[in-house]
Ligand binder design. Structure first.
Ligand code: BG6
Ligand code: MG
Length: 225
């Protein structure tokens, strides 16, 4: 029985995944690294520094930790510029009513994002009060695909992991959910997120019927390498 839903932020609640891509693409262009939206799938859900490392791996470039941190900070400055110009209307359609409906039905709602900018984003969207628990990249040591962030969210909600559902747009996020012992609803393409119990294209399309469907399915521990 699912008692809590833990939402990722970027690409699930709001299209900030696009802003992350644009900022990484700008850095990749400066470094002469060919970087496509397909490559970007590997960066989704993982920490800023891990994303930096993946980008350099793609380009076959090595550099010092100090240099990596400098470049990752530059990318973050561009990302924050995009976010600061974002309007509350940019929240995905249907998401706010969905969060309200879940709470009315007695389902607990949390946000778990690897981003250190998560609190700024939800404040700009005026949705911070819709989440009972918010955990972000500043509170964890290991980012997705490690389960740490989802386990922390479940602990703060006071709900056992097997009674939590994660909503994710990143492969690393689906893996993290399963590693935490939680079912996962994927947002995006079924090909990309085939490990999730169910995949829909938009968060706003979620219905209470799907919750029952997902409760019947269990791919946890059956698909991971
Ligand atoms: C995740 C995004 O939510 O946060 C990643 O999917 C991003 O693309 C990560 O790299 C870290 O974000 P930030 O804002 O701390 O650089
Ligand atoms: Mg995401």
């Amino acid at each position: 029985m699912i008692k809590a839903i833990i939402f990722d932020l970027d690409g699930v609640i709001v299209d900030t995944a696009r802003y992350h891509f644009l900022a990484w693409k700008r850095l990749a262009d400066e470094l002469g690294i060919p970087f496509t939206e397909t490559d970007n799938e590997r960066l989704k859900g993982v920490s800023r520094m891990r994303s930096m490392e993946i980008l350099l791996e793609i380009g076959g470039i090595t550099m010092s930790e100090t240099e990596k941190e400098k470049l990752a900070n530059r990318k973050n400055t561009w990302f924050v510029d995009y976010v600061e110009r974002m309007l509350p209307e940019e929240i995905y359609p249907g998401v706010k009513p969905l969060l309200e409906k879940l709470r009315q039905r007695g389902i607990q709602v949390a946000l778990a994002s690897s981003s250190k900018n998560a609190k700024t984003v939800i404040q700009l969207l005026h949705i911070q009060e819709l989440f009972e628990v918010v955990v972000d990249g500043t509170m964890i040591v290991h980012s997705k695909p490690d389960p740490e962030i989802f386990l922390l969210a479940a602990m703060r909600l006071g709900i056992p992991p097997k009674e939590c559902l994660v909503v994710e747009d990143a492969e690393a996020g689906v893996e993290a959910a399963h590693a935490a012992g939680m079912r996962c609803l994927g947002i995006g393409s079924p090909e990309q997120l085939f490990k999730a119990e169910k995949v829909i294209s938009k968060t706003g399309d979620f219905t209470m019927e799907m919750l029952h469907e997902i409760e019947e399915k269990d791919k946890i521990g059956k698909l991971e390498d």
